[in-house]
Every structure is written in structure tokens, then in C-alpha cells.
Design a binder for this molecule. Structure first.
Ligand code: NDP
Length: 292
């Protein structure tokens, strides 16, 4: 039989998580700071707990998904006494450092801790395309893997609880770069009268797909440190010169190039520091600063 699960936090994501578990036949106990959101799920079979502590005490697997880690602590601190012997899975977005602190705190109260990063938006939960990254207690992952797979592909990364948030943030970084670039391109074309739609389907998407094919070569060069300039097809000195036109034309077209200026700075720095005959992957070496 499907095991009981507690879900703390019923925003857009927590609600999707709880609904998916209910649909799969799990008994689900829920708590949310604003009770009305929990009551809405009661109609679908969830048990509403009066406090985070009562919700936590109800099941061996406790999932928390609230706004941020400050909210996690506000939710869990009153429930600390009930944590012993349970698996706590925190699917709230945060930093690796926050995950480490929360793991230590939860372990101190006798809980097995798993941190998670949700690589999906709420409507994708429980459907193909959703992946969730996990790190922390391997035992908690192994025990509850079947249940966690209800949400999507469950990928266990490492026993360091900070691994999932680090990879989550890495993927989100790439996503925001893509989103920012696409929005800038559409702004340049000038949306309206179907222009953005037409531009996107005929030119933008095929272009992004073609350019995406270069990324594995970036990764290879960064892995091996092999930035052989003889292999460069688009040298950085040339790109730095062309990039100035992109910024200039954007200003002229009344489009703020704020998202794109930093790449221009990086290209200029690369050329100034002697990487001008290399290709894009060499830029990656300029991004790493000292770890704090
Ligand atoms: P929502 O804004 O829809 O919901 C926020 C939730 O946090 C609500 O349940 C809210 O309770 C609760 N909350 C906020 N502050 C506190 C607090 N101080 N104490 C207790 N509860 C609090 O956000 P989402 O559900 O969309 O996101 C939840 C988490 O999931 C975030 O960390 C987000 O980054 C992550 N995530 C979201 C994705 C998305 O596309 N939505 C995708 C991937 C990850 P109340 O109802 O009382 O306001």
C-alpha cells in the first residue's frame, strides 16, 4: 500500500505535490500557514493538520515546500520535537549553504535529511519531463524513492545536501540566460501584429537549437583545459568587435541592453587578457573566482 506522506506548504508547488500523491493513492496530511489552501485539498482527500508539529507527527515522510529557507525554519522549528526518526525532504529553493545548515539542524533533531531541487513547474509534477534532484541522506532516498518518483524522475546526486541546490541553481542559471536572450531578441524585433510569434517559430527557435549544439564542445574544452586556438571557428577578438554593434543597435532601437552588457565586458576582458584567438569556451575560465 502507498505510504502516508506529510506536505508542509501548499503554494502552487506544494499543492501540485500533494495532489499528485493523493492521485497515486497515498494518504496525505497537509499543513499550510494560510489554512484555506489546506481546506481546498481536504475536498480531494487530504487530512488537514492544525499545526506543523501535528502534521509532522502523522507520517514517516515529511515534505516541506515553502517560499524560502526562512519560511522553512519558521515552519519546522515548532515541529522539531516531532522530527526524530522521520525523513525530512526539503524541496524549497535555496543555496547549498542553507541546505547544509538545515541538514545539520534536522539531523540534530534525529531526522534523516534530503534536500531537493525541483526542475519543473507545478503543472509538470507527476508528468513526463519533470526531474527532481536530491542530495543528503542516501538512506532516506532509498526508503522513499518510489514515493518521490510519483513527482517525476528522481535523481540522487550526492550525500552532501548542498549538491541538489547547486545543480538546481546551475540549471536555473542556464535557463535565465536563455530566457533573457530570447526576450531581448523579441524586443529588438518589436512585438505586435504577430511579429514575435512569427519570428520565434521561423527563426529564433531553429537558431537556438543550432547554437545549443555547441554546448557539449564548451563542456569538453572546459573539462580538458584544451582551448586550442587552431580549432577556433569564431575567435573572441572578432566576437568582441561584433558585440559592440549588438549593444549599439539595441540602444538605437530603444531596447535596454542591460541583460547583454556583461557578456560584452567578458569578451573585451578575454581579448585584453590574451584569449582573443580562442573560442567561446575560453570565456568560461574567466568566470571562476576564488571560492568563499
Ligand atoms: P507560492 O508563492 O505559490 O507559495 C509559497 C508558499 O510558502 C505558500 O504555501 C506560503 O504560505 C508559504 N510561506 C511563505 N512564507 C512562509 C512563512 N514565513 N511560513 C510558512 N509558510 C510560508 O510558491 P511556490 O509554491 O510556487 O514555490 C514554493 C517553493 O518551490 C519555492 O522555494 C520555489 O522556489 C520552489 N519552486 C517553484 C517552482 C514553480 O514554478 N512554482 C519551480 C521549482 C521550484 P501561505 O499560503 O500562507 O502564503
Amino acid at each position: 500500500a502507498a505510504g502516508g506522506v506529510t506536505v508542509l506548504g501548499l503554494g502552487a508547488m506544494g499543492t501540485a505535490l500533494a495532489r499528485t500523491l493523493l492521485a497515486a493513492g497515498h494518504p496525505v496530511t497537509v499543513w499550510n500557514r494560510t489554512r484555506a489552501r489546506a481546506e481546498a485539498l481536504a475536498a480531494e482527500g487530504a487530512t488537514v493538520a492544525d499545526t506543523p508539529e501535528a502534521a509532522t507527527a502523522a507520517n514517516p515522510l515529511v515534505i516541506v515546500c515553502v517560499l524560502d529557507y526562512a519560511a522553512v525554519r519558521q515552519t519546522l522549528e515548532p515541529a522539531a520535537a516531532a522530527l526524530a526518526g522521520r525523513a525530512l525532504v526539503n524541496l524549497t529553493n535555496g543555496t547549498p549553504a542553507q541546505a547544509g545548515e538545515t541538514a545539520a539542524w534536522a539531523n540534530g533533531h534525529g531526522a534523516d535529511y534530503l534536500d531537493g531541487g525541483i526542475m519543473a513547474i507545478p503543472p509538470m509534477i507527476g508528468h513526463p519531463g519533470a526531474t527532481l534532484l536530491y542530495s543528503g541522506s542516501r538512506a532516506a532516498f532509498d526508503t522513499h524513492q518510489r514515493t518521490l518518483e510519483r513527482f517525476g524522475v528522481a535523481a540522487y546526486l550526492d550525500k552532501d545536501p548542498g549538491a541538489a541546490p547547486l545543480y538546481d541553481i546551475a540549471l536555473l542559471s542556464a535557463m535565465y540566460g536563455l530566457f533573457g536572450g530570447a526576450l531581448h531578441a523579441i524586443a529588438l524585433v518589436g512585438p505586435g501584429e504577430g511579429r514575435a510569434t512569427e519570428f520565434t517559430s521561423t527563426l529564433l527557435l531553429p537558431w537556438l537549437q543550432a547554437m545549443m549544439a555547441s554546448v557539449p564542445e564548451f563542456a569538453r574544452q572546459l573539462d580538458t583545459g584544451d582551448f586550442d586556438s587552431r580549432a577556433a571557428t569564431s575567435n573572441l577578438a572578432m566576437q568582441a568587435a561584433a558585440y559592440a554593434n549588438l549593444l549599439d543597435a539595441s540602444e538605437t532601437a530603444g531596447v535596454d541592453p542591460l541583460l547583454l552588457r556583461p557578456m560584452g565586458e567578458l569578451l573585451r576582458r578575454a581579448a585584453a587578457e590574451g584569449h582573443g584567438d580562442r573560442d567561446v569556451p575560453a570565456l568560461g575560465t574567466l568566470l571562476r573566482t576564488e571560492r568563499r
